[in-house]
Design a protein around this ligand. Structure first.
Ligand code: EPU
Length: 422
């Protein structure tokens, strides 16, 4: 089992280059199932969730070749419907994009229930199912077998889909099912995340007719078929935000390159709120910490609100803030499993339902902690960077699901961090 060992106290400086967005790359990879022909996808991040997805697709008959360090050529012409292996699919959440993609391409889908990060609350897919049913599919979810089957006896037929809750995965899955449907689909109360726009842009370069992505009403005119294209994935705003917080928390100055500053606005605003300087350039931000940050109150919300995928990192930084901070999780039922790990390092955090109260402590101290999920794991990295002494983080496969070469990138910024194998 690999571990990360961090000696805290380094002040980060220099520049770091951000990779392609994991949560855009995943639906785009599965979207290739809809395309008969070759797609060339650029700026694909080298993270475990992506390699697992590539394995799933190859196993189903896709021809996938890495033709440059972050570029893949993908041909799903020969993909066989319903052949995804449960033991692969159950390892990650994004495999549920196979439902929309298979339904769109074949008029039916068979996929095992997805896995992914367990935040301590449920992560239902009822809205995905409601959407598929609105498009004419019969859906059977067998909790005992752990499978979902969809079948559209008359083909997928465009219609209106109204989500009861804003869902990123649901919005993407319905887009996948609807692009080659007969007729028009309108998704209302759609998620507005930049990766929704990225998926729509990719599908449109393949011949889809999607408009309104990035607003809460997305319109899709069904087309007969999609053709191959070349497409570059947007930069990962969560990876960028993580390095922004690492810079701020250590009181350092870091240029975060290859980003879209607009996507980072909620994170930049919150950092400015706690006393950090954020300078926006065309495709970079420079973050300058000024010693101890101030306490704040934040609530996570769907985009353009403060992202849920950034709150554990923020909480890690706020353990050392001046005053008492309040962090409210507004997207998931629970996402505070990391609080127990931060407490092992001396943090003062009390969690009550959706709210964490974080009070100032003089210092964090190094300890052995574990990554309880992806963002919780990287929050431990930030805590380790600002703690006194040595922190050991176990269970780092979670961190590797979403961060490419975090050890190399932080080392280049001056951190004392290494990966050790037992
Ligand atoms: N929800 C329902 N019913 C549904 C779908 C969602 O009640 O049918 C609820 C969820 O339980 C949750 C909320 O709606 O409370 C939002 O869930 P959403 O569907 O938006 O999340 P997701 O698609 O499962 C993606 C990312 C997550 C990220 C969320 C929110 C991927 C593979 N995952 O999950 O990323 O937290 O959107 O932005 O894109 C991560 O990268 O660390 C990560 C967890």
């Amino acid at each position: 089992m690999d571990k990360l060992v961090i000696r805290g106290g380094a002040v980060l400086s220099g520049s770091v280059r951000i990779g392609g967005m994991k949560n855009a790359a995943l639906p785009i990879l599965y979207a290739c199932v809809l395309v008969k022909g070759k797609c060339v996808i650029e700026n694909v991040p080298d993270v475990r969730d992506v390699t697992m997805s590539i394995d799933i697709l190859k196993d189903m008959g896709a021809k996938i070749e890495k033709i440059a360090p972050t570029t893949y050529e993908i041909d799903c012409t020969d993909v066989r419907q319903g052949t995804s292996r449960p033991e692969l699919v159950q390892r990650l959440r994004a495999s549920y994009y196979l439902l929309g993609a298979e339904l769109g391409r074949f008029g039916r889908a068979h996929v095992s229930l997805p896995g992914g990060c367990n935040f301590g609350g449920s992560r239902p897919i009822d809205q995905h199912i409601k959407g598929f049913e609105a498009l004419g599919a019969r859906v059977v979810m067998d909790e005992d077998l752990g499978t979902v089957d969809c079948e559209a006896p008359n083909g997928v037929i465009g219609d209106d889909v109204f989500f009861d809750t804003v869902t990123v995965g649901g919005t993407m899955n319905i887009m996948l099912a609807a692009v080659t449907a007969k007729g028009n689909t309108m998704i209302e109360n759609a998620a507005r995340e930049p990766h929704i726009v990225d998926l729509a842009n990719f599908l449109n370069t393949c011949g889809a007719r999607i408009s309104g992505a990035g607003t809460d009403v997305i319109k899709i005119r069904g087309v007969r078929e999609l053709h191959g294209s070349t497409y570059a994935i947007i930069p990962d705003m969560i990876e960028a935000g993580t390095y922004m917080i690492a810079a701020a928390a250590t009181g350092g100055c870091v240029k975060i390159e290859n980003v879209i500053p607009k996507h980072l606005e909620a994170i930049s605003a919150k950092l400015e709120d706690v006393g950090v300087i954020v300078e926006e350039l065309d495709d970079a931000v420079i973050v300058t910490g000024r010693g101890q940050v101030n306490a704040t109150r934040l609530k996570t919300r769907p985009y353009p609100g403060f992202p849920t995928d950034m709150h554990p990192q923020m909480s890690a930084m706020l353990t050392r803030a001046h005053g008492t901070s309040i962090v409210i999780e507004g997207v998931y039922e629970n996402r505070f499993k990391y609080a127990e790990e931060l407490k092992k390092m001396g943090a003062d955090i009390t969690v009550n339902g959706h709210t964490a109260v974080i009070s100032e402590v003089d210092a964090l101290h190094g300890a052995e902690v574990k990554a309880v999920d992806l963002r919780a794991g990287v929050a431990m990295v930030i805590a380790g960077l600002i703690a006194e002494g040595e922190t050991t983080i176990t269970n780092i496969v979670y961190i590797e699901r979403g961060y490419d070469d975090i050890v190399g990138k932080l080392t280049a910024l001056g951190a004392d961090i290494k990966k050790v194998s037992e």
